[in-house]
Design a binder for this molecule. Structure first.
Ligand code: CA2
Length: 153
């Protein structure tokens, strides 16, 4: 039997990680983020398919694909966190658990970042630990999968 799969989904502008705004988002790149998630997942017997898009509909398509293709999702929806009912509906419509992660502490930033459209339909949320948060989110989604017995992908 092959390894179980996780999706790592990153939203708009996260392709610029490490290249701009290091005071807010650090010096590490999206490739570093992907490595953190892959290494963490691998330790627990999971493989990872990483996806980044700047386009809301492409992110919705990827969330929908998780049904049947992934046991769980780690997602940083970036600015769509605060606006996207479409992404929330996609998360709500699938069975695999979804963990939301934010690099920065959104709660000590602009008030419009304090609300997440997705959080109420996610299994959990990690904020404010820099890219180490992706390790925590990966461990969290794996725990949800294994506790709930959703490991058929
Ligand atoms: O803290 C996070 O992870 C965020 O999801 C990042 C989003 C922001 O809109 C959310 O409120 C919180 C922004 C991602 C933009 O990433 C950049 C990275 C480097 C340079 C510029 C933008």
């Amino acid at each position: 039997m092959g390894k179980k799969r996780l999706f790592l989904i990153n939203g708009p502008n996260l392709n610029m990680l490490g290249k701009r705004e290091p005071d807010t988002y650090g010096h590490e790149t999206l490739a570093d983020v992907t490595k953190v998630v892959k290494d963490t997942a691998w330790e627990h017997g999971y493989e990872v398919e990483a996806f980044q898009s700047n386009h809301e509909g492409d992110l919705v398509d990827k969330v929908q694909m998780a049904e049947g293709e992934a046991a769980g999702i780690v997602i940083n929806p970036a600015a769509y966190t605060h606006t996207s009912i479409a992404l929330r509906d996609a998360v709500s419509a699938i069975n695999p658990p979804v963990v939301e992660i934010h690099i920065s502490n959104v709660h000590n930033r602009d008030s419009f970042r304090h609300t997440s459209m997705l959080a109420p339909v996610c299994a959990g949320q990690v904020v404010g630990f820099g890219i180490d948060g992706y390790r925590l989110a990966t461990l969290g989604v794996i725990q949800k999968i294994e506790r709930e017995g959703r490991n058929d992908s």
